[in-house]
Design a protein around this ligand. Structure first.
Ligand code: HPA
Length: 270
């Protein structure tokens, strides 16, 4: 495993012409941030040795290197979801490659279903913490020497970055909420009882990504900031149907605000 990660990092290092310390996973709601990156190199996942290949429609699957807000960045256009059939080692493989390439801070975005009754469709939720309900743990098995066998998770999402993001949102007049993201495998959206259950557990929003990548990033010492767009609501007593199209539409509508916050935060991050 370690050899594969290092082999991939060496392959990418040969092709990149900048030295980013910041990586961004362009999840749902953040696709257009790519238009603001001055791209220097773009490598399709299919060309990267040992890399899984993205299958979900709408994800182009490229690793991008360039400049955003005056900062060198590496961006994943397209991520690997557990529900697509990848195992956790594959889902989180790019994170360890990032670590080998010198990444210090990771920005992630996703779409999620809101369970907090104060939330509205289109809200941006700063992820304060998560609850991992995936059936397979990304650190299951032999511990790789990137970090501790028993990694601490008390500050999975960096408090300084959260404070800065709130400041940016206030300056720009963008409504943000803050909450706990529950990570589940999908691909079904939740039943009303499941939404209720996850809310009782302490969750404010639920989605099918992010948690595995964040756990692995923390294991290897990368600090994390996460932003989730609330694309639908699973609130007790207000059952509504959810479709992928509606999720996509709500995410597209929130995209400019999410892009503004992320771009600003990246440019202000040391
Ligand atoms: N549940 C799980 N994942 C999601 C949801 C949801 O309601 N909305 C967007 N991604």
């Amino acid at each position: 495993m370690l050899e594969k990660i290092q082999e991939t990092a060496a392959f990418i290092r040969e092709r990149m012409h900048c030295k980013p310390e910041t990586a961004i996973i362009l999840g749902t709601g953040l696709g257009s941030l790519v238009n603001e990156i001055e791209i220097v190199d773009a490598i399709p996942y299919g060309e990267i040795i040992n890399f899984p290949v993205s299958t979900v429609e709408g994800h182009k699957g490229r690793l991008i290197f360039g400049s955003l807000g005056g900062k060198d960045v590496m961006a994943m256009q397209g991520r690997f979801h557990y529900y697509e059939g990848y195992d956790m080692k594959e889902v989180t493989f790019p994170i360890r490659v990032m670590r080998e390439l010198g990444i210090k801070t990771l920005f992630v975005s996703n779409a999620s279903g809101g369970m907090n009754p104060d939330f509205r469709i289109g809200d941006l939720m700063i992820i304060r913490d998560h609850i991992n309900l995936f059936p397979e743990h990304p650190l299951h098995g032999k511990n790789l020497p990137y970090g501790s066998r028993f990694p601490d998770m008390h500050e999975a999402y960096d408090h300084t970055l959260i404070a800065e993001a709130k400041k940016i949102a206030a300056e720009k007049g963008i409504r943000v909420v803050e909450g706990v993201y529950v990570g589940v495998q999908g691909p079904t959206f939740e039943t009303p009882s499941e939404y209720r259950c996850y809310h009782i557990l302490g969750g404010d929003a639920v989605g099918m990504s992010t948690v595995p990548e964040v756990i692995v990033a923390r294991h290897c010492g990368i600090r994390v900031f996460g932003l989730s767009v609330i694309t639908d609501l699973g609130i007790e007593g207000r059952p509504v149907e959810v479709s992928h199209e509606e999720v996509q539409q709500a995410a597209d509508a929130a995209q400019p605000l999410m892009t503004t916050i992320m771009r600003e935060l990246v440019s202000r991050t040391a």
